[in-house]
Design a protein around this ligand. Structure first.
Ligand code: SF4
Length: 65
């Protein structure tokens, strides 16, 4: 599954606190406050084939504008 591989490459974790040792992670960053979050489908624009946990995180996290 290529999109699962991509999630792995971006260090996706289902629980944002598990990313606390990642240099790109800052406290409070979660999928559901990321600009790529899709509220209606509970998914991520970067991984459209996968469901993403609202409290997850990956290194592509970007603040909503
Ligand atoms: Fe979550 Fe954003 Fe990463 Fe998608 S890009 S997995 S919504 S942190």
């Amino acid at each position: 599954d290529p999109s699962a591989d991509q999630a792995q490459a971006l260090n996706y974790v289902e629980n944002a606190s598990d990313a606390s040792d990642h240099p790109a992670y800052s406290e409070g960053e979660r999928c559901d406050n990321c600009m790529f979050w899709q509220a209606e489908s509970q998914g991520c624009q970067l991984f459209p084939q996968n469901s993403v946990e609202p409290g997850g995180w990956c290194q592509s996290w970007t603040a909503q504008s």
